[in-house]
Write a protein that binds this ligand. Sequence first.
Ligand code: PMP
Length: 284
Amino acid sequence: RTVYVNGEYLPETEAKVSIFDRGFLMGDAVYEVTSVLDGKLLDYAGHEARLARSLAELDMRNPLSAAELLEVHRELVTRNEIGNGLVYLQISRGSAGDRNFLYPDESVPGTAVLFTQSVPDLAMPPAAERGIKVIAFDDLRWGRRDIKTVQLLWPSMAKMAAKKAGCDDAFFVKDGVVTEGSASNAYIVKGNRIITRPLSNDILHGITRASLLVYAAEAQFEIEERAFTIEEAQAADEAFITGASTFVMPVIEVDGKPVGAGKPGKVARRLREIYVEAARKAAI
Ligand code: PMP
């Protein structure tokens, strides 16, 4: 596989980053994941805009211009012959050499790394047919979940706990209500109404969420932005999550209780179709 690191395209075995890089030592880095369907980038403008916001919130500069960033995405998709899959992008603050809590001088360049992963069944993976089971898990992440940093230890611990419980994922819970999934936004469905938490610093502002809410409103679904509890999710007609690499994924069990009939529901199925069709059309 060919990867990109700081201006160079290299075989993955030859790509190198300093051990003093703040991304490595301090989790001082932000990332994005953009899906690729039929060789084209999905929701690219949204991911580009969120990256700029994450960087700005952390006073970090992007070593790549907007034009270069798109060019690298496309070049990696081409070189690695990605039909369906994803492009991972990470920008860290780099390092001045020694370990230091203080940021290095502005002249120190950040580290940009991009790579692809091939996911042949991205459009319709088995999990989307089956639906997934989630556990409830205390949301003990830091308070700026709106910034897409690489500090993913708590989500990893949540996924490990889910696996141990025979489940696939977790719904994070804070102050008695669901914030989001471990790497996704969370929703419940009641009749024709889609309920999801409003944007704040408590959740990542999902790019898939933003697109889906527009497409769902166009398709005459009602949208209510408010937080919901685990009990409410268990009693809902349906539940689902969204993310750039999962699109719309039905949730069939929440903390040991089946949701609805315990099978993927018709609204989640319909929303998945709507999202994939519209996102494909808008792909670049
Ligand atoms: N919330 C969290 C915590 C996430 O990690 C992700 C996926 N990166 C999302 C929500 C979904 O965001 P997006 O639709 O932009 O992938």
